[in-house]
Design a binder for this molecule. Sequence first.
Ligand code: ASP
Length: 345
Amino acid sequence: MTRTHRPHILIIYTGGTIGMIENPVTRTLQPFDFTHLIDNVPKIKMLEYRIDNIQFTPIDSSDMDPDGWRDIAMAIADNYDSYDGFVVLHGTDTMAYTASALSFMLAHLDKPVIITGSQLPIGEVRTDGEENLITALQIAAATDSRGNPMVQEVAILFENYLWRGNRSTKMSADNFNAFKSNNYPKLAKIGLGIHFTEENLRRPNERRPLHINTNMDRAVMFIELHPGMTQPILHHLLSTPGIKGIVLRSYGAGNAPTSPWFLDEIRRTVESGVVIVNVTQCVNGGVHAGRYESGETLTRCGVISGRDMTSEAAITKLMYLFGLGLSPAAVKSRFDVNLCGEVTL
Ligand code: ASP
């Protein structure tokens, strides 16, 4: 089956550096409107796609939140049947969180949702935004040999690579290749052509209609371990009122202090019904709780393993699972399921 119509792509513009301009007084970059952005990429017309857009109030992605994720997910769901693919323009700072959140919210996705942005504004001479936007559109329009969408998941396109969204992390505040998926191989390499690694692309097990769940529970937090953390500080963090889920950013293969006061604090928190997920601070590799005594003790306290998940995926997965209204026990068991390619089991 080959596509008989021109690719029909919806661009959802949320803001970020790609569309920013410099404020002449303060010299800082500020979000600007979509017309300015698109006027700077006249080459888009050469693609001969049908392109529509939805423009949100443009923001720096530091201001992105679960309401923003919901609005993006709804825009995709409301227009799902009318488009071949979706390109989301987004700031880089929280792009990996948005990609992770969308991957959970959009269940049974079988069309491309390609998120991109840039390090330099589209109006600058050396901008990376033009190339990123054009490549994202081409990826959103790409089909496989059977005429099905080549990408059927949420992915981040940045400079030379296409990465799985819920495996990605922003690695650099300066480099054009700003993103990387440290525990999952690339979905495509962008050079002279776009070279997809088809065996790495996600394919839904069964075809089912898109189903969205946009309710994210915000009662979650990170706790980052560091040598010298005191009991009063840890106690204060673990006692945060209303908290339901914690992503504990531990050392190495998932290791943490073994002192009795530390383990007592963790055990007491787990017993009170808080779900604690262990994720490593290392950018590469994951939690192997049984490898060291210092990791095994966390497991004995009831902490669950985030395996090789990114911190971004772990925190948004907790938000999503609690948002479904699940009990702590149900969240724990669902957390250990690979929902959409975010974890290696
Ligand atoms: N602060 C910007 C943002 O995340 C950075 C960027 O887009 O690259 O919106």
